[in-house]
Design a binder for this molecule. Sequence first.
Ligand SMILES: [Zn+2]
Length: 217
Amino acid sequence: MYPNLDEYEIFDITPMISEQLAVWPGDQPFQRTENLSFKNEDNLVLSSINTTVHLGAHTDAPNHYHPEGKGIESRPLNFYLGECQVVEVNTIKGKRIKPADMQQEISSHRILLKTKSFPRPDRWNPNFCALSTELVDFLHEKGVRLIGIDTPSVDLQEDKELECHNRIYNYDMAILEGIVLDQVAPGKYQLIALPLPIKNGDASPVRAILLKEKTND
Ligand SMILES: [Zn+2]
């Protein structure tokens, strides 16, 4: 039996992509150039983009954080597709999330953490929450394969060692960063957040959506 996706409500957890979308300090912001346009009396519009691949909702590839890591085109797509759980955490802004901060029991192999610590995708704030190695260990023990977070990184802004990225590399887990969860309640969903097959890409932007079965009440 295949699910009928028409019977599901869609929650878009992708921030709008525009030149206003905040990127990591020093990284290449999104830029779109119209090379042909109606206003220049061309017969169509044709544009190109210049941007970091770590743009808005995106997934990192292992070669972003490890010299022997593979590019995004070689990641199995089943990391990014299937049942997931949105979990709230009550971590103070700028701190790492500990297992005890989780407000719900873990019952899925894909976990999206709602920290509310990066509230404006178009305005950078450095004091967002990040994972802790204890949390990565804890989730790995529970069989979690993908960790998503509503902040730009699974590590704190000033962390140069990238301790959680490295832990995630060791466990061969997947990451989803920069998702927007403010309109989404904790609970179970189906996740679709597929990366583009960018050869040797260190990340790819994704259109991340959650599907929830419609109820009749
Ligand atoms: Zn990234």
